[in-house]
Design a protein around this ligand. Structure first.
Ligand code: GLU
Length: 453
């Protein structure tokens, strides 16, 4: 199948949600798997509802997802060709201009109708198998409002044939349109392409995913700090699997293993929790350099500015913590401003919290413990590994535990709180290691000064 041609044919009449791009991903992967081409056709036949900003958003999203197409055009570019073929059908008496009685305001007095032979139409769907529909109920259906206003069914058939589209990959909501489109193909003498109608995408509430119900535009996920490679990976799993238990697949692995035959018939569920956990996987794989670049990229307003306000050495040292905790770059930014802010700015301490873990029968122990830690910490090299810090502090905390239950916590808690000023923060060994020796000692002395008051 070296001459496979697929297309993504979105209508620019609204912001497409992330699930809509699953169609683009499947059409792209299928074409690339077979070494074929992928085309983008902006279906702007509905002139009134098509808007340039929606078209721009589609191009933006496809560029971000990195789904390059061999050719891009608007359906309206083909208007002369649509007119030519409408005229041909009328001349061949396969379609006719029909006089109508307008029922609603705006209805036409004249439309172009297809002379429906009224037969059962069958086609083999690559996902659903053979589908047969009786087209008699459709009557002589409308294919254009006028010679210059073809409707969707007609334009799709002409464009797909002219572009040499071999496989029409699209949502299952188009199944009922297919027999009509096949009848038009036959009348025009075109070959019928292969069809693959993709299963519906439902939200976690099992109802159809839709913008109206709050499904996010794909560009909103980009703004939350999801990676394009994670988005491609996640979208590819909406109704397809590689046939083994892999769930993290790179672009080349996807291209290598993608097959329409493995697409399921049943609906797929769009689950943000899953999407975000796949994102975390790909975040963890990033080099420090790319990780920092992505932190900047999250919010277009502060692009390139965000990381500048942080000490670069400490920020780089915080990357493992961010990789461990954050599922998106938006979350990573929030952590830097929240629970990890102590890595960059001195905390404000509360005397009561400093002594919160002091055993009641050992008054003054917090102060003693912090003082006693100064010596071993002074002996550390300027920047010590987490392991070295731990090996230095733990024997000390264990010895206090041996003196009485709660002794260990009574050492580790005030140390961690003195360094972070937060009840929730990374462990004290990590904090010492990132802050480095001098800053650690400065913060311990500050805490001791508070306790002396
Ligand atoms: N423009 C149609 C849509 O957005 C797609 C038509 C097709 O793929 O054939 O649903």
């Amino acid at each position: 199948m070296s001459s496979v041609v697929t297309r993504f044919a979105p209508s620019p009449t609204g912001f497409l949600h992330a699930g809509n791009y699953r169609t683009a991903v499947f059409a792209y992967l299928f074409a690339k798997h077979h070494g074929g081409s992928f085309i983008l056709r902006i279906e702007d036949t509905d002139r009134a509802r098509s808007k340039p900003e929606y078209e721009a958003n589609i191009l933006d999203a496809l560029a971000w997802l990195d789904l390059p197409f061999e050719r891009q055009y608007r359906q309206s570019d083909n208007a002369p060709r649509h007119r030519e073929l409408l005229e041909q059908l009328i001349a061949d008496n396969l379609a006719y201009v029909s006089k109508e009685t307008p029922k609603n305001q705006g209805d036409r007095e004249e439309v172009i109708r297809f002379r429906n032979p009224g037969e059962a139409v069958s086609f083999v769907d690559m996902i659903r198998g053979e589908i047969t529909m009786d087209t008699r109920d459709l009557g002589d259906f409308v294919i254009a409002r006028s010679l210059d206003e073809p409707i969707f069914h007609f334009a799709v058939v002409v464009d797909d044939a002219d572009e040499g589209v071999t496989h029409v990959v699209r949502g299952e909501d188009h199944i009922s349109n297919t027999p009509r489109q096949i009848l038009i193909q036959r009348a025009l003498g075109f070959a019928t392409p292969a069809y693959a109608h993709l299963p519906l995408i439902l939200g976690t509430d099992r109802t159809k995913l839709s913008k109206r119900k709050g499904a996010k535009a794909i560009t909103e996920y980009r703004a939350l700090g999801l990676l394009p490679e994670a988005t491609l990976n996640y979208l590819s799993l909406l109704g397809w699997n590689p046939g083994d238990d892999r769930e993290y697949l790179s672009r080349s692995e996807l291209i290598e293993s993608f097959d329409l035959a493995r697409v399921q018939k049943g609906s797929a569920i769009f689950d943000e929790t899953k999407f975000f956990s796949i994102n975390q996987h790909w975040m963890r794989k990033l080099s420090d350099e790319r990780f920092l670049a992505c932190l900047d990229f999250v919010n277009p307003e502060s692009r390139e500015g965000f990381t500048k306000s942080y000490n670069p050495t400490k920020l780089t040292a915080a990357i493992p913590l961010l990789k461990e905790r954050a599922q998106t770059f938006g979350e990573a930014r929030d952590m830097l401003a929240g629970e990890l802010s102590c890595l960059f700015t001195k905390p404000t301490l509360d005397a009561g919290l400093l002594t919160a873990k002091e055993p009641t029968d050992r008054p003054g122990m917090t102060q003693e413990a912090l003082k006693a830690l100064l010596g071993p910490l002074e002996a550390l090299p300027a920047s010590a590994s987490v392991e070295l810090v731990k090996d230095t502090i733990m024997p000390f905390a264990d010895a206090e535990e041996a003196k009485g239950k709660g002794g260990r916590g009574a050492v580790l808690w005030p140390l961690r709180y003195a360094l972070s000023g937060r009840e929730r923060s990374p462990d004290p060994f990590t904090l010492v290691s990132i802050l480095d020796k001098d800053e650690t000692i400065r913060r311990l002395r500050l805490a001791l000064a508070i306790l002396e008051k």
